[in-house]
Design a binder for this molecule. Structure first.
Ligand code: BV8
Ligand code: ZN
Length: 262
């Protein structure tokens, strides 16, 4: 039993050819970034995140929604990747193939060194025009909130996918293609409630992939998972990375990494 990982799980980790990792806001919890399930605090205590992350909220009160994202950007800029993010960046170079799909918009996987991150719900750091869709940087001299589009003077909005909005087609296609080919699906820090992201595990299950869930709580995926590692990602992912690293260095990893594909 290495690091609490059963011998059977260690064997399955060694044999897996294509890992698909789906991360949710729980992986950033130990970096101090609140999850969507967490009650909001301070200024935002009276709002539920999923009520603000919608086009309707932005149409109703663009300044309020813009300010919420500015608050989150500021919080994320002060956050640091945690051992869970860093363990995934390490695993990318230890296993034959790893596709990392994140529902998060905080950019912490990239800052931890993961080279290819499929951002299913966009990214906090980008902005685009709500009218002409042009990606635009806010003009810092512009003191209106939200700032205006330099091309059409429309309102700028964060480059994230809101509830009721479609996932970017390229990300959607790549994610489901990976779910169709992966033989190991690792769900980390997600409540498995938001679709279509939560549908990826169902595709992997249908294809007979091994399903591992890392979450201190139970989710709708728990009963379908082959292994539920109940606890924080910041403990389980480093343990998994250590185990894989040991098996690669002792030469009993069935396939050393051969390509940097994602
Ligand atoms: C779409 C970006 C159609 C913005 C986000 C009824 C039934 C089913 C579906 C629907 C429905 N009604 C509406 C829908 C669709 C809807 C949906 O799924 N709603 C849910 C709530 C029912 N989905 C959509 O609207 C999607 N679009 O369907 O479009 C369409 C198609 C074509 C054309 C037009 C339209 C878009 C969804 C994307 C929304 N945007 N984020 C932003 O960030 O501001 S989603 C947002 O919430 C996050 O990105 C994240 O994905 C999601 C929250 O989920 P989690 O990441 O799982 O986080 P959560 O807080 O829920 O859970 C954290 C977990 O971590 C917990 O389980 C906790 O136990 C665990 N944890 C805590 N600490 C740790 C930990 N785990 C490990 N370690 C720890 N330390
Ligand atoms: Zn515009």
């Amino acid at each position: 039993m290495a690091h609490g990982l059963s011998a059977e799980l260690c064997r399955r980790l060694r044999a897996a050819q294509h890992w698909l990792v789906l991360s949710g806001s729980g992986i950033s919890a130990e970096s101090g970034v609140p999850t969507f399930r967490d009650a909001q605090t301070g200024l935002w205590a009276r709002y539920a995140a999923e009520d603000l992350a919608t086009p309707e909220a932005f149409a109703r009160d663009p300044q309020l929604v813009w300010d919420w994202y500015q608050w989150r950007r500021e919080l994320v800029s002060r956050a640091r990747p945690n051992p869970a993010h860093r363990a995934l960046a390490l695993l990318e170079n230890l296993v034959p193939r790893l596709t990392l799909i994140t529902q998060n918009v905080d950019g912490l996987h990239q800052r931890a060194g993961s080279s290819t991150v499929l951002e299913f719900h966009g990214n906090l750091q980008t902005n685009r025009c709500a009218t002409c869709n042009q990606v635009a940087e806010p003009d810092l001299r512009d003191d209106v909130r939200p700032p205006r589009c330099p091309r059409c003077a429309g309102l700028l909005r964060p480059g994230v996918v809101w509830f009721g909005e479609a996932i970017p087609p390229a990300a959607l296609e790549a994610a489901f293609a990976a779910a169709n080919s992966a033989d190991l699906f690792l769900s980390v820090g997600t409540s498995s409630l938001v679709y279509p992201a939560a549908g990826l595990a169902q595709v992997a299950l249908r294809n007979g992939a091994l399903v591992i869930e890392i979450n201190p709580n139970q989710t709708p995926l728990t009963r379908q998972a082959d292994f539920h590692l109940g606890g924080p990602a910041g403990e389980w992912l480093p343990a998994i990375a250590r185990q894989v690293k040991d098996s690669v260095s002792s030469g009993d990893h069935l396939n050393a990494p051969h390509s940097r594909s994602n």
